[in-house]
Design a binder for this molecule. Structure first.
Ligand code: ADP
Ligand code: MG
Length: 551
């Protein structure tokens, strides 16, 4: 690294903005190394990118804090949030994320306790001239000063975060060992401040498990924690409108991610393969085997390779289920609020009025038993409007003024009375495995394609747009970017090679993007990103309108 960035920047005062480019590279700044990675071409362009790296000695963290991957991730999230707070200018921007503890490019703690911050810097200009003294103050004083402040974390606070990381990791292991797919600790606060504010609702009703579903998990730091264990198979959440059904389901959806201490969902976890499924009319579907749900379409289309530019509510939801299973998910989460009714249920009267041979759809209610029994696929379903799932549910939870009650026994005795409904299917078969035609996606990694995330709604690759609004577990814009980069890596590095099935390509992606995955992706493009799961990547790939399947 070079010395005296401050002098260098001051000397550039008043020269043309493009000369900032000469500062690219590594500089010593107060015991840390500042790497000016990308310099914006003018003051109005997207911010420049800088990395600030503290080696083990300079970061001076307690060794136990970085002893495990989970601790390093938690600590990195804490440090990014502390840096955001310490920065007193809008010209330096760090992506500190929201309520989840995700692997992000904005801060990483190394195995040896080194720390890197990666952030955006708006290099100051006056018109098209360099404001060098201001730049020197920004990069040589403000940034290192704020970073020192972030690193000077009180021991008790850092311990709280790393112990929390231990507890959540242990909880996930114990929940899986117990054969459960989810766990909601007593006293959790599931409700959020508002539909646009993901922080916990103050003064809400704390969660309390019904006795019959309660399990106690022994955690390394928190000790014994009681909560509701969600078993495998078919779980039905019922209850009156506005009684908290969707809130419980959303907590499980979000439970695939870890949360920061104090989130209210600190000890709410869900099987890490769980996928929220919803209807999404208008989406493209490419050669998906939906025949279990859809057959004999009036168009005569082959539903074992169902392709459309414009899916209906029901066919889009069928495709989402099949694609999730193909990607390896073994837990599906469905809310009546966002589901296609005709894919969910078909009651006795409708069966009588519309003969089976006139109805292409087989409702999910007739398939979930076989999915659970024959394929170990679990479903958690919110359904307040129809009783037909009582016949096939393993357990029924009623939300009553935000309190869960186990009403399985009552539901079973009701289900014993015949409704006149006849089952429309006897078995579910796992879908045909697909192989992506690499030619159809090769444009995504050609040259300097721009990847642009539009919040959590969309992803633009050069000319193509992917609508991900209905991929509900995407947490924030950085994850959308992470999905884009993961797809680019999969294409460029040949993980999608025309031979590997979708599942095999995702296996490859998952193993390559495990430990060190963030650095790998941010080497492709220096940009704020958060690491998605394989399931979000698959969901975005499946929504690409250019996608083609081999055979
Ligand atoms: P449902 O799906 O049963 O109609 P929701 O889950 O949408 O109900 O919840 C209805 C409202 O109640 C929402 O505004 C939600 O934030 C709020 N809410 C949910 N759980 C709680 C709780 N435990 N304490 C306070 N408010 C809650
Ligand atoms: Mg609801």
């Amino acid at each position: 690294p070079r010395h005296d960035l401050s002098n260098e920047l001051t000397a550039l005062e008043g020269t043309s903005y493009g000369r900032y480019k000469s500062t690219r590279g590594k500089w010593w700044t107060k015991g840390a190394v500042l790497d000016i990675v990308k310099v914006q071409s003018d003051p109005f362009a997207p911010p420049s990118r800088v990395h600030l790296t503290f080696d083990t000695d300079a970061a001076d963290l307690i060794e136990e804090w970085h002893a495990t991957g989970e601790r390093r991730r938690a600590l990195a999230v804490l440090l990014a949030k502390r840096l955001r707070k310490a920065l007193r200018t809008r010209d330096l921007r760090i992506d500190a994320g929201g309520q989840e503890m995700l692997a992000r490019s904005s801060c990483e703690v190394g195995v040896n306790g080194s720390v890197v911050f990666r952030l955006g810097a708006q290099l100051p200009g006056r018109g098209r001239r360099i404001a060098g003294r201001e730049a020197a103050r920004l990069l040589c004083e403000e940034l290192p000063g704020a970073a020192d402040e972030a690193l000077a974390v009180a021991e008790a606070e850092a311990w709280k975060w790393v112990r929390h990381a231990d507890d959540v990791a242990a909880l996930r292991e114990k929940v899986a060992e117990a054969g459960l797919i989810g766990f909601v600790a007593d006293d959790s606060m599931l409700a959020r401040k508002s539909g646009v504010d993901d922080r916990p609702l103050a003064g809400g009703v704390p969660f309390a498990s019904p006795e019959s579903m309660a399990v106690t998990m022994d955690l390394p730091h928190a000790g014994p924690v009681r909560g509701m264990g969600v078993g495998p198979g078919v779980t039905l959440i019922v209850g009156g409108g506005f009684h908290g059904k969707s809130t419980l389901l959303r907590a499980l959806e979000s439970g695939v991610w870890d949360h920061i201490p104090g989130d209210g969902r600190d000890l709410v976890v869900c099987d890490s393969s769980a996928m929220k499924i919803r209807a999404e009319d208008g989406r493209a579907v490419t050669a998906v085997d939906v025949h279990a749900f859809v057959d004999h379409l009036p168009s005569g289309d082959d539903t074992a390779r169902f392709t459309t530019e414009n899916a209906s509510g029901s066919t889009s939801q069928a495709a989402a289920i099949v694609e999730s299973l193909e990607a390896g998910s073994r837990v599906l989460l469905i809310d009546e609020d966002t589901a296609a009714t005709n894919l969910m249920i078909r009651d006795a009267r409708m069966q009588e009025l519309v003969a089976k041979d006139r109805e292409p759809l087989t409702p999910l209610v007739d398939l979930v038993r076989s999915m659970a029994d024959d394929h170990a696929v679990s479903i958690v379903l919110v359904m307040g409007g129809s009783g037909d799932y009582m016949d096939v549910a393993d357990r029924v939870v009623m939300m009553d003024a935000y309190h869960p009650e186990d009403v399985t026994e009552r539901a079973k005795s009701l289900a014993a009375k015949p409704t006149g409904r006849v089952a429309e299917a006897d078995a579910f078969r796992l879908p045909r495995e697909r192989v992506i035609d690499p030619g159809s996606v090769s444009a995504l990694s050609r040259g300097k394609q721009k990847i642009k995330a539009d919040g959590t709604d969309g992803l633009r690759f050069g000319e193509s747009d992917v609508d991900v609004r209905s991929v509900e577990q995407i947490t924030d814009v950085s994850m959308t970017t992470g999905i884009g980069l993961a797809i680019e890596a999969a294409v460029r590095l040949g993980w999608i090679d025309g031979k590997a099935t979708v599942r095999e390509a995702l296996d490859r992606l998952e193993s390559e993007l495990g430990e060190g995955g963030v650095a790998k992706l941010s080497n492709i493009r220096d940009i704020d990103l958060a690491l998605p799961r394989r399931y979000e990547v698959a969901a975005a790939l499946n929504r690409l309108r250019e996608l083609q399947i081999r055979d």
